[in-house]
Each structure stands twice: as C-alpha cells, then as structure tokens.
Ligand binder design. Structure first.
Ligand SMILES: [Zn+2]
Length: 439
C-alpha cells in the first residue's frame, strides 16, 4: 500500500516536505525552510533558539512530528534541488532521521556548504547521484533522479519505483527547451514512465494561463539592458538570485562584451558559486573576483576609482536590509552618480516585507537619480500550460498539487478536471498533516 503524508508546503509556499510510505518503508522528499518565517524570526532576535522544536513552532520548518511514528521506517531522504525552500531545513532536521540524504551533485554540494556555513554537523551520509541515474534503496524501492529544468542546476524529478507502480515528485519545475546552463528536461525518459500511481507537482503558477518562457528569453532581456543601453561612463550593478548560476553566466557573458571587469559582492553569492566550482560545473571565479565579507566589500568599493569599468554583481534583489546593495545605498558604501545603472534580474517575491524593502531601496535610488531596470527576469516555475504538458506526458493515475496557496491550488483543480480528473477521486488538494492512501 502507498500512503502519502503532506508534511510541509501544502496550501502555503515554503518548507516543502512530503513523506511517502510504501508498505513498511518510508521515503522523505525534501526538507525545506519557510524562508519568510525563518528570516522574520532570526533577524529580530539576538539569541536565536534554532532547536527543531522552536523552528516547528514558528512554522519555519516542516512539522516532522506528523510522521513521528514513521521515523524508524524512513529509508532515505531525497532532495529534489538546492533551493532553500527544499533543502534549507535539512541542517536542522536531518539528525532526527537515521538514514542517508540523497541528491544530485550540486544539491549535495550546496548542502555541504550550508552545513559548513552554519557550523552544523549531521551524521547522515550525504550521497550524490548523477542527474538521470537510478539507485536502489531496498529490495522493494528504487529511486530515479530525472533531469528537469528549473532556475537552479541539477534539479531532479524524483521517481520512486515500487512494485505497485511509481510515485513521481516534480517540485519544482518548468519545461524549458533552451536552458542556458545545464541539461534539458529528459522528456524521453519521462514519456517512458509507465504505471505512475501518483504525481506530486509544483502548482505555484497554475493560475497563469501561459507557458513560462525559457531562460534564454531572460538572457535576451538582460542583453537588451546591458548591451543596448548606453552605459558609457556609468557604473553597472546587477542583482539576482545567488543560486541562479544560469542567470549569472549570462551576466558574465555580457560584462565581457562590454569589456568590463566583474566583481561578486556578498556572502550568499560566494556560497552558491563555491558549490558550483567544487563540482566543476562553473568557473566564475576565473572571470570575476569574489568578495565575501562586509569590511572587505566596503574597502574595495571605497578604493574603486573607476566604477564605470565594472559590472558589480551584488546581493539584495529583494531589498534585504543587510544585503550588499542595501549597504551601498543606505550606508554609503558606494558613491552613486546620476544615471548609474541598477538592474534587478528578479521579480519581487510576494510578501509585505519584501515589497516594502524594495520600495524603500528604489525610492532612495531614484533620489540619487540612478536608472533602475526591474523585472529583467523569467520564472523558474512552470505555469498552467507547462503543468498540462507534464500531466499529459506522465499520465499519472492520481494527482497532488503542492507549492501554492489555496486559491492557486483550486485553479490547478480546474485544469485537472479539464484533463479528466475528479476531486477526491483522483486529484487531491491536501493540507499539511492530512495523510491519504493511494489506490
Ligand atoms: Zn525551486
């Protein structure tokens, strides 16, 4: 029998975690952070209690007490990709499980970097598997990591193969035919999957009646701004998601065309680049100097006599008050001049705090008469038409949407019904802690 326990990330965005029980063995998929709850809690306190109990109480991590009685049966934790809302709770929760953590090479490397950074030791074995590979967990369970595109490299669609059929976990994904770094989605293999009992899938943008454009479109948007805008004699500052190595690669390409030097400023950029360089998928530090610590950044910017010769890649795209961009603007780390260029290669992640922080930042930049280019971005999440394509391709017997608020989840339901599914018969809108059996 297959049982599915939604542990975190259902009817909410963040702290993704699903437990799948096949007879007397359990696989845990993702251990993610709820970033807003986590940041909100950690930024205001001096002495922060990071015990798993406290983190569960403030809803920063999945409530694994829901699967307490399953704990001794957990055979593997599989992490789908290295975004913090999928991996970020692992340092805090992994010790509660006596099993290995599996992921693709970049995912496992980022986990190692996070553990180092937080100075947390866990006893779980960390096992990296190539993308598009399969491994045995027990006599009855095999797990496959199939390449699927998203906004971070080495994202896997995790497939649990059992004697009853397969369980497919596609959280997160988009279907991008022209990724700018890393592998395409392995459509051939996806089409081969047969007898899929259930698919658990990212439904963040199920309300958008589009197909999400390719990352190569984001690259063209960037090209327009970086190359076609007259930037002679002006500083150019770009901020994007630190983990978005494909986007950073495009920024580096255009910086080279502009004959500008590159410098990376900020701790999180350093972390994700280091993880990528450790496994030799990128070599960004050959192109740009990476400066991690605040004082070094301050000194570097003070001494930088010709900012117009640089592209500065910085943290702070969401307006984060402790980011490098915030310090450049509010703490006078940088002497902005009229018509210097600031590019936000991102969208604002919905949430009152982000919106307020970014507004404050942009207002201050406007006062300094800086040119702002915002939303130079396409999402890493598929929309309604990507979801339709994936469902048609996998043809699962049952569907479970995750990774969205309830209103969007209901729009996912509409799509599923259009495709012949019926609510509570073979498509299920779950809530955290409400287990179901799959027939
Ligand atoms: Zn993601």
């Amino acid at each position: 029998m297959i049982e599915i326990m939604p542990v975190g990330g259902y009817r909410e965005v963040g702290r993704n975690c699903t437990a799948v029980k096949v007879d007397d063995e359990v696989i845990v998929l993702d251990l993610g952070l709820h970033l807003q709850n986590y940041i909100h809690y950690t930024q205001d306190e001096d002495e922060v209690d990071l015990s798993y109990k406290k983190l569960i109480e403030i809803e920063a991590v999945p409530d694994i007490t829901e699967i307490e009685h399953w704990m001794p049966m957990v055979k593997a934790i599989c992490i789908s990709h290295a975004h913090l809302d999928h991996i970020g709770a692992a340092p805090f929760l992994a010790s509660k499980f006596k099993c290995p953590i599996h992921g693709t090479p970049y995912t496992i490397e980022v986990l190692k970097v996070l553990l180092e950074d937080k100075e947390i030791k866990i006893n779980n074995k960390l096992v990296a598997h190539e993308v598009n590979s399969i491994f045995k967990v027990s006599d009855n369970i095999k797990i496959e990591f199939i390449s699927i595109t998203h906004s971070i490299i080495h994202t896997a669609m995790v497939v649990i193969h059992t004697k009853y059929g397969s369980i497919v976990y596609a959280n997160d994904f988009k279907l991008d035919n022209q990724p700018t770094l890393g592998l395409k989605s392995n459509i051939g293999r996806m089409k081969q999957l047969s007898n899929v009992k259930v698919m658990i899938m990212d439904s963040l943008y199920a309300n958008k009646p589009i197909k999400t454009p390719s990352e190569s479109v984001a690259k063209e948007l960037l090209r327009e701004v970086m190359i076609s805008t007259n930037s002679n004699g002006k500083a150019m500052i770009v901020s994007t998601f630190s983990s978005h190595l494909a986007r950073i690669k495009s920024i580096l390409e255009f910086a080279k065309q502009l004959n500008r030097k590159v410098v990376f400023l900020g701790r999180s950029l350093e972390k994700y680049i280091r993880a990528g360089e450790n496994i030799k998928v990128i070599e960004f530090s050959k192109t740009g100097k990476i400066i991690k610590y605040r004082h070094q950044i301050q000194t570097f910017l003070k001494k930088c006599k010709k900012p117009e010769d640089y592209v500065f890649i910085v943290t702070g795209h969401q307006g984060e008050p402790k980011s490098v961009l915030a310090r450049m603007i509010f703490n006078n780390y940088f002497n902005f001049k009229k018509e210097d260029i600031v590019i936000f290669s991102c969208t604002i992640i919905p949430g009152e705090e982000n919106i307020k922080n970014r507004e404050k930042m942009e207002n201050e930049l406007k006062k300094k008469r800086v040119r702002i280019f915002r939303d130079i971005h396409v999402s890493g999440h598929g929309a309604r038409e990507d979801a339709r394509d994936l469902i048609n391709m996998i043809n699962p017997k049952n569907l479970i949407p995750t990774h969205s608020e309830i209103a969007t989840t209901e729009q996912f339901l509409e799509l599923a019904e259009e495709l012949g599914y019926r609510e509570n018969k073979n498509v299920f809108l779950l809530r955290n802690g409400a287990k179901i059996n799959i027939k």
